[in-house]
Unconditional design. Structure first.
Length: 598
């Protein structure tokens, strides 16, 4: 249920906001009309300055043309030379013309090309631009220049032959060459000046508010000569509804167009001397954009009033929020496994009681976790010991059966050697029961075990070792490989393998030791491999007793679930047992510690 204090605060805040918003809207409407009028006048003033710049640009081009027309040396070179490419006189004539044009244009970056036509053919070109003179002669610019009879003709915007949609645009000016010193004003030829369109574009790029507006330089027929949007060049805007009124007058001014989707302010300025017009369209919202400060100020004031009320609540809530944040942080540390996290008890209120309870809970959880770790360690040690002792009786049973058969068969020195090897095996096995041994020691056990088995198989079993030097010192569980070798001998060869061979190899890569026991025996079916992979207990007992399942369990107990034993085999093609272990040369105690057993 809301308190009376909260309801009064909401009422006064709402009343304050309503008053401020009403005043803000009225001030906004009043100021927007004033700003619109002032800004339109400023834009028109800006267009006037642009028109002056445009006039200067046109006068500069006219000055270039006048210098060329009224330079006797230039007229003489054009008039007295045929510009035949096979004639020797053409080279000095072109060189002389280049020197005069260099002096006139004086490295003007806006001048791209200057072409001289005589007898209706291109005889000289100055600059780096490219255009097709035959195609150019058919253009209206060429024809209108001849028709202008010596007056400067502005042909508008043209595109060079190798230009793309928005590049290679030039402004073309033409003038007919006439020898006024002759009796009949002899027609000498014509010249054309190609200026970079940037000379016009630069004039309209700095328009006031042009970020969202559109500016054009057009002729009085509405043909776009230059624009901030180059895709608009060569289009005509005279008949567009928003610009139509701008071309109904030869003066200057502005008006508001409300026919489109957005209201726009159109300003225009006419240069009658050059048949040019500058037109600009700007969204009305850009004109009155500065009045948005009133709304911003209103909102800011409202936020300020709210802030004053909120600050008081903040001071009251901070005393509650601070201990809650500390409790939350301590619980997050506890959740992340830091059971040493504690809260500093400084108060005697409810938060102090919660802190005491939290500290007690953390102590209890830490003690419980330590107890669980110790119990898990003892359980793992017991399992390892039990598994190790499970192997030894199984192994001794097989060995003793072999010795018995040998003793019955031979009654000679060979029995003594077998007993000696058995004693070595028993000594190493019992001495290292439940421990980890080096791979070198394990291979010694395998060697003695195979020698004993050879007696039973008449020395037919051949063992090949392909062990890298670095792996000899690696520690592995005791009697890890013996069940796999025994499995190959007892179940892999049978009576059908003439030359039984077991290959034991090792390699180290990415911090892991891989051991491979491979035989050329009878192999296993896919079904048998899947049962071994899934630790099928029934099959594990019938196939190799507890040996193979024991090997995999011991690997995982010592090195973790990411390590283990797997088989690759197919019927009739032998069996490959692959063991992946973490490479370690530490003593067994440190291995337990790494896995959390101690």
């Amino acid at each position: 249920m809301r308190s009376i204090h909260l309801r009064l605060m909401i009422f006064f805040c709402s009343l304050l906001i309503l008053t401020l918003v009403t005043m803000g809207i009225y001030s906004y409407r009043l100021s927007s009309s004033v700003v619109e009028e002032k800004t339109s006048a400023a834009v028109l003033k800006s267009l006037e300055q642009q028109a002056k710049n445009l006039d200067v640009q046109m006068r500069t081009v006219k000055k270039y043309m006048d210098l060329i027309i009224y330079t006797p040396e230039f007229m003489k070179v054009v008039e007295t030379n045929s510009f035949d490419k096979t004639s020797y006189q053409t080279v000095p004539a072109e060189h002389e013309m280049k020197e005069m044009l260099d002096a006139i244009f004086f490295e003007d970056d806006m001048v791209k090309d200057f072409a001289v036509f005589k007898d209706e053919r291109l005889v000289y070109k100055y600059g780096n631009g490219s255009f097709d003179d035959k195609k150019f002669k058919g253009d209206s610019i060429y024809k209108n220049t001849i028709a202008a009879d010596g007056a400067l003709y502005f042909g508008g915007t043209i595109k060079s032959d190798d230009s793309s949609e928005t590049d290679g645009l030039y402004l073309c000016y033409g003038r007919k060459l006439t020898d006024y010193n002759s009796y009949q004003n002899t027609d000498v030829g014509s010249v054309f000046l190609f200026m970079d369109i940037k000379s016009f574009s630069a004039i309209i790029n700095d328009t006031i508010g042009s970020g969202n507006g559109k500016s054009y330089i057009t002729d009085n027929e509405g043909n776009v000569l230059a624009s901030q949007d180059k895709l608009q060049i060569f289009s005509n805007i005279k008949d567009r509804s928003d610009y139509r009124r701008a071309y109904e007058s030869n003066a200057s001014g502005y008006y508001i167009d409300e026919q489109g989707r957005d209201t726009s302010v159109i300003t225009f300025y006419t240069l009658p001397k050059w048949n040019l017009k500058i037109v600009q369209s700007m969204p009305r919202k850009d004109f009155i954009g500065e009045t948005n400060n009133i709304i911003v100020a209103t909102l800011a004031l409202s936020v300020l009033m709210f802030a004053i009320l909120v600050v008081a609540a903040l001071f009251l809530s901070r005393s509650v929020a601070r201990p809650v944040k500390k409790i939350k942080a301590a619980m997050k540390n506890l959740q992340d496994g830091n059971f040493d996290a504690r809260l500093d008890v400084r108060s005697r209120d409810e938060f102090g009681s919660i802190a005491v309870s939290f500290n007690y809970m953390a102590v209890q959880l830490k003690e419980l976790l330590d107890k669980l770790i110790k119990e898990e360690r003892r359980r793992n040690e017991t399992e390892i010991s039990m598994l190790q002792y499970q192997i030894n009786p199984h192994f001794l049973y097989n060995v003793l059966a072999t010795i018995r058969l040998s003793a019955v068969s031979h009654h000679d020195q060979e029995t003594a050697e077998m007993l000696q090897k058995l004693s070595r095996l028993l000594k190493r096995t019992l001495a290292n029961a439940g421990r980890m041994v080096s791979l070198e020691t394990e291979l010694c056990n395998i060697n003695d075990f195979v020698d004993i088995q050879k007696v039973l198989y008449n020395d037919k079993i051949n063992v090949v070792y392909d062990v890298c030097e670095q792996s000899y010192k690696c520690l592995i569980p005791n009697m890890l490989l013996q069940p796999l070798v025994e499995n190959s001998i007892l179940h892999g060869f049978g009576d059908h393998v003439k030359d039984p061979e077991i290959r034991i190899s090792s390699r180290i890569r990415d911090g892991q030791l891989q051991l491979v026991i491979e035989d050329n025996g009878l192999g296993m079916s896919e079904e048998t491999i899947q049962k071994l992979k899934n630790n099928h207990p029934e099959h594990g007992m019938s196939y190799n007793g507890i040996g193979l399942t024991n090997v995999n369990m011991r690997i995982k107990l010592y090195f973790g679930e990411e390590c283990g034993l797997r088989f690759e085999s197919s019927a009739g093609r032998g069996t490959k047992a692959i063991i992946n272990l973490n490479y370690t040369t530490d003593d067994p105690e440190s291995t337990y510690i790494q896995r959390g057993m101690l």
